[in-house]
Ligand binder design. Sequence first.
Ligand code: GLU
Length: 448
Amino acid sequence: MQEAVRYIEETYKKIKKRDPEQVEFLQAVKEFLCSIEPVLTAHPEFIQQNILERMIEPERIIQFRVPWMTDQGEIKVNRGFRVQFNSAIGPYKGGLRFHPSVNQSIIKFLGFEQVFKNSLTGLPIGGGKGGSDFDPKGKTNNEVMRFCQSFMTELQQHIGPDFDVPAGDIGVGAREIGYLYGQYKRLNGFEAGVLTGKPVFLGGSLGRTEATGYGVVYFTDEMLKDMGQSFKGKKVVVSGSGNVAIYAIQKVHELGGTVIACSDSNGYIWDPNGINYSTIKQIKEVERKRISEYIHHHPKAYYYEGSIWDIEKNYQVALPCATQNEIDGMKAKKMIRNGVIAVAEGANMPSDLDAIEVYQDAKIPYAPGKAANAGGVAVSALEMSQNSQRLSWTFDEVDEKLKNIMKSIYIEVRDTAEMYHTPGNFVAGANIAGFMHIAESMISQGLV
Ligand code: GLU
């Protein structure tokens, strides 16, 4: 058997034997390994360096207890995590997720993807991820604050502006970052660059809130341009209704498309006139309610329980911006029957391995999250730069930089796929381009 193929298979077997129950992590690793054969065949020195196993094993995992008290005086205990995955090209960088599904497998899959994503931004940031199985849903502000304070009391000893810089993810927005930052400052003094995604008056960057959503749409726009198309007149489905989805909806509308549906974990809204992003913002960010409220504001819209990807309407662009594995093979097939011509991921790993196969068999351009949603972390890195220089750029300056970064990620991913004889395969392009940056940097630093 060919050397590269044998090496990839053996590595996967080893990883699976080590952590057989970490299904999401194994899925992310498998998706990566499936693309990497051409580059290992071209560079056998990577095999000799056992670079795959070194890359797949996180540098460090921290797990800790997070005790906190409810408003009623009840004592609760959650589990906190930080995975410091890879620091070959910069300090660990990546968000914190607060969601009941969080466990070591989820944090490791997110951390693994983050390493590649961050390297694709071209900025000097390594990869990390963290979070807790704490569920902010239904909690009061004071409960969230007490939880964040307890979480940070432990985490603070493991992070720092030049070492590990967390940010938000699902369940962690400006409110949580504010509380986390307040506690960090109480314990360590003022150090703005230790967290990103901060509210602007605490040293946050203008444009960070919008960055992931805008970035996905900028990336998709580049993809569409290459197909001789644009967002103009296109119908779009965006899953989710959080920070990524809200600003993706806004930007699609700005570019002349119409988002006809968006969702939360209970169901979805279909609004043939186009989803009103300010209503979603008000319901989700201010009132913190369910998306079903939308129909009270827009009586011509409909609410359905269940998965948004079961929608049976004609649309052309799918932007999954909710969560991992929201799309399986069946749903991907349905998408294509509905008329989809391009898929770009605002969430991390929303399409499972079967779904990816369906897009590829149908020859639908498909942009994986590690490329398409890199705008969030890219602007986080811009926030770090502004913090170290103690100045702040205007919204338009940040937005312009974001646009350029998304364009260069697209070009690198597209060109790498072509160079390794898989034109149009953006999964391979993203994995190989990310791999090359990290592998070269790791090897140049010796066996560390
Ligand atoms: N959680 C986001 C992501 O998945 C952003 C991370 C960051 O800004 O550090 O990339």
